[in-house]
Every structure is written in C-alpha cells, then in structure tokens.
Design a protein around this ligand. Structure first.
Ligand code: BES
Ligand code: MN
Ligand code: ZN
Length: 497
C-alpha cells in the first residue's frame, strides 16, 4: 500500500476524490462551514450520530461531496485507543475489493501518535491472507491519504508508522504461510529478496553450519527432510565504526516437538514457531523504508523440528558452538538449542546490544497471556530502552526476572547443562539457558509465544514485535553518528507482503 500524508482541511476533504473518505471526529468538535461540517452538524443535532469511539454514520454518493462514500466516525476522547476502535468499526470498508483509494482525515488536532495509529490500523485491517487460497478476492486498497491540520508536525511519526506497517505486513505474511509454503529455504529466499542499497544477505547451509560447530542447531534439524538454513542479514545505516545491534529470530518453520512429540490439538499453530524470524525479516523490510542511522545484523537459524529415525533423542548430548555440552532431555525445547548457537555466532559482531526474539515457551503465555511479550535482559539500560520502545509503538512487553537461582534446575548429570528444568517458571528457565551463551554482550530476550499470533476465529500472525524493535532501533540511531548517505536505489523487484 501507498501512504501519503497531507495537510487537509475538512473543506478540502469535501472535494477529495476517493472511494472512501473517513472523517475521524472527536467529541466536542466545532463543525465549520464546509460541506462535511454541515452534514456533521446536522447529524449531531438530530442525534443520528454519536461521537463515542466505534459509532459512525455513512453517507453515499452525496452531490455535495467528491468521495463515493463518506464515513463520519466518532473518536470519543481522541486517544490512540479510540482511534483504533473507530477504524476497527470500518474494517469492512478498508477490506472491500471496491475501495482502492481511501482518505482518512482528522477533524480537529491530531497527535503524532494518533496519526501513527491510523496508518497502522488501516494497514493491519486491510491485510487479508490470500497466498494459499484459490479464489480469494485480494484487498484493493492501494492508496491511503492521511489528512491532518499540520502535516509537518506529525511527519516523523507518520514515516515511522509507514515503515512499521510495511514490516508488520511482511512479518504477518511469512508467519501466516503454512510450513510447506515457508520452509527454511523459502525463508532464506525471502531474506535474499530484501537485499537493496545498504542491505546484504548471506545464507549458510548445513555444511557451513557443521563447519562452524553449531552442534545444538544441527541436532534440532537432523530429524527433518528439509535442509536447515542459517540466514545472515546486514543493514548498514551508520558509520562502519559503530557497533551493530544484532537481532536473532527463532526460525522453527514447524515444531512437532520432535521425539518428545506434541499433542495433536492445535499443532497446526506450530507453523507460527518462526514468528521471531518473521519479525526480524519484517524489521529489515522496515529498515529499507526508514533508513535510520544504525547498523543492524539479523540472524535467523531456520529449520523444522520433526520426529524421525534420524531425529535427536531425549538424553542425547550434543556440543554447542561455544563448546558447552547440552543434554537434550526434551526435544520439544528446541528453540533454545537453535538460538544458543546463533548467540555464540553473534559475538563476532561485537554488538552494542543483542536481542533475540522467539516463540519460546508455552509458560510465557501462561504468565503474560496475549497482551505483552516477555522481556528478559541482563542489562538494565537495554531493558528500559526496549520497554520504552514497546510503549511508544503500542507493542507492549513486560520485564521478567533472571535471578541465578532460576538456572539451578538446568543441572545435568551427563552434560554441562540440560535443555529443560522443571515445569515451574518455564519461561524464565528457558531464558536462563540462553543467558549461559551470551558472555559479556548486553543481551535481551523477547518471548513472543503469546503475542506473535492469534488463535481461534481470528487465527493469524500479528507481526509483533516489529513495531517495538523499529522504535528501539530508531532510538539507537538517534544517538549514533550517521554514515555518509548513499544514493537511494530503487528496491529490487520483490513480492511484497
Ligand atoms: N514453540 C514452543 C513454544 C510454544 C508453545 C509457543 C505453545 C506458543 C504456544 C517451544 O518450542 C516449546 O515447545 N516449548 C516447550 C518447552 C518445554 C518442553 C520445556 C513448552 O513451552 O512446552
Ligand atoms: Mn518445541
Ligand atoms: Zn518451538
């Protein structure tokens, strides 16, 4: 989708040609003299329109207005939450195959936050998964114009929101694809498709991963007929001398549990077990748009976790890349096994911060539900930055503890460490396992098991936490030296999500 920000009065909005003009009207609005305002004043006076968020009134083919249909949508107190409710109530319009161009105009003042919310909601609501449907009518919305009183004031919030919308769309699309349409090899090809000025991509296969000594990652992949891929993306937006932020995304393209097989119910949802990987891809898609002055490395260990004659067995001991031996007591605790080797690999970049993103534990869903991602960090400053970025992006997380006592259950009689502890505090013990591989790097871990996708009737990927990560990276960029700007090349042709 194409987004455009413009300064637009209600009177100018009356003459905007489009398939849908959505006027966001807060309570206490003072209608002016233009055509939209006249209708609005009348509707309010007659009581046919309430301005509570979620209430609206539609007008069709009015000779006074250039738009084919106009929706007067109440936004109550004008808060971010109310703007979201107002737009959710017109989702059917945004999804309509007949609506190609929509204009969203704010009646009254609009904060940067509100504008960002409008962009993200319109992008989110107009996404419909069609890739593996034979007859689905694709969403037509190609152009969204956002009209505000003073566009200069909200420009940076708008730019960020557009980049995030792009990244979230990309992440949702890849996470939604079934495992046979999103194999490790296909994910690697999607990553290669993100290559553009300032973004490079290297893909390592099984032989290179073996040579690197990633015994834990190899152990997870060995039960699958699909070859593993280790994806390495780089975005250079700052001076070469600036240490990068390294992002690691768990890329289990399907998690059966392996020999420690999962129960059948809802096992299909384990196609979303590459949600962390999808979010890293989404971040790179967003970086290509926003181009902040920061260096970023994205690492994705991608493979399937399958039961097989060749699969790793409970009790097997493997040697990780950093030399620690691991007793694999439960083959369903595979995420930490692929991540630990990627973490060891990350050390070569001497990162200023290392953040891994993973649908790691069912226990995190029990602890925090589906609202906030679990945040674990060895570094208080990094934790605070990520928490604040989540708040700014409305992509929330919540810090969890990492006391060393939590790691005691990972003791093994046969290796340096076991890959699982008892049932209690499962999200924390998983994080403690990862922490053993982080050395002195400032590290944080986002457990997105509860936030990466929705179950039930609305089953589908959310694209979280692309928003949180982009806000974090933009903040890091704000405090580092920019590189000399390269001439901006057109992105290479790619299927965009
Ligand atoms: N991918 C799962 C975690 C998961 C489960 C995410 C359900 C979302 C919903 C992960 O690989 C896993 O299986 N974890 C186990 C760990 C256990 C064996 C210690 C879990 O959470 O049950
Ligand atoms: Mn598992
Ligand atoms: Zn998993």
């Amino acid at each position: 989708m194409n987004f455009e920000l413009t300064t637009l009065t209600l009177s100018a909005a009356s003459s905007q040609k489009c398939d849908a003009l959505i006027v966001l009207v807060p309570e206490g609005v003072k209608p002016g003299k233009d055509a939209v305002s006249a209708i609005l004043a009348q509707a309010l006076k007659s009581g046919d329109l309430e301005l509570k968020a979620g209430k609206n009134l539609q007008i069709y083919a009015s000779p006074l207005l250039a738009a084919r249909r106009v929706i007067l949508a109440g936004t109550g107190d004008g808060s971010v939450r109310s703007v979201r409710l107002a737009l959710a109530a017109v989702a059917n319009v945004l999804k309509s195959p007949k609506v190609k161009k929509a204009v969203v105009v704010f009646a009254g003042k609009a904060s940067g936050e509100a504008v960002a919310t409008a962009v993200q909601c319109c992008a989110d609501l107009s996404y419909v998964y069609t890739t593996t449907k034979s007859k689905a009518e694709p969403v037509a919305l190609a152009r969204l114009v956002v009209g505000v009183e003073d566009s200069a004031k909200v420009k940076s919030a708008f730019d960020m929101a557009c980049a995030v919308a792009k990244g979230v769309g990309f992440a949702r699309e890849w996470a939604n694809r079934p495992a046979n349409h999103a194999t490790p090899t296909m994910l690697a090809n999607a990553a290669k498709g993100l290559t553009t000025t300032g973004i490079t991509c290297k893909v390592h296969g099984p032989a290179e991963v073996a040579k690197l000594g990633m015994g834990a990652f190899l152990a997870v992949a060995q039960g699958s007929a699909e070859q593993l891929r280790f994806i390495e993306l780089r975005y250079n937006g700052a001076a070469k001398s600036e240490a990068p932020v390294v992002l690691i995304g768990k890329g289990i393209t399907f998690d059966t549990g392996g020999i420690s097989l999962k129960p059948a119910a809802e096992m299909d949802e384990m196609k979303f077990d590459m949600g962390g990987a999808a979010s890293v891809l989404g971040v790179f898609a967003a970086l290509a748009e926003l181009r902040p002055a920061v260096n970023v490395v994205g690492l994705i260990p991608a493979c399937e976790n399958m039961p097989d004659g060749k699969a790793v067995k409970p009790g097997d001991v493997v040697t990780s890349m950093n030399g620690q031996t691991i007793e694999i007591l439960n083959t369903d605790a595979e995420g930490r096994l692929v991540l630990c080797d990627a973490i060891t690999y990350a050390a070569r970049f001497k990162p200023q911060a290392l953040v891994d993103i993973a649908t790691l534990t069912g226990a995190c869903v029990i602890a925090l539900g589906n609202q906030r991602s679990g945040l674990f960090a060895s570094d208080d400053a990094l934790a605070a930055q990520l928490q604040a970025a989540g708040d700014a992006a409305q992509d929330l997380c919540w810090r969890m503890p990492l006391d060393d006592e939590y790691g005691e259950g990972l003791r093994s009689n046969f290796a340096d460490v076991a890959n699982v502890a008892g049932r209690a505090g499962g999200a924390i013990t998983a994080a403690k396992f990862l922490q053993r591989f982080t050395g002195s790097m400032p590290w944080a871990h986002l457990d997105i098991a509860g936030t990466a996708w929705k179950s039930g009737a609305a089953k589908g990927a959310t694209g979280r936490p692309v928003g949180l990560l982009m806000h974090y990276l933009a903040n890091v960029a704000g405090s580092s030296k920019p590189a000399p700007k390269p001439a901006r090349k057109k992105p290479v042709a790619r299927k965009t999500a």
